[in-house]
Write a protein of this length. Sequence first.
Length: 124
Amino acid sequence: MTEKNIILFDGFCKLCNRSIRFIKKHDKNEVFRFVAIQSEEGIRQTEGHEINFDYPESVILIEEENLYFKSDAALRIFRKLGGVYKYFYPLIYIPGVIRDFFYNLIARNRYRIFGKVENCEISE
């Protein structure tokens, strides 16, 4: 069995937790594993990268030892979900600076808009 792709997410963000529940529901081939960035494993998985563990601004996908951030991570996740979600992947051809502008806009305001939880709701 090959190692699953790891999705690192903000364990205290309600939007992030909802997104993880969505991915789990649609991950028919069970290709993903989920780890809160703030957890011991999350910190270990991101060693050598500048991550603010108190306020992580990006979902991170670890795919075959490569780390993908922000919209790159999100689009690769959609591609691996398959079904209709794979049709979002061609958005990868839009320059990252444009895609990440919109990603960052949501990421910076996610606690204010969606809220924050005291404890991570998703655990593997």
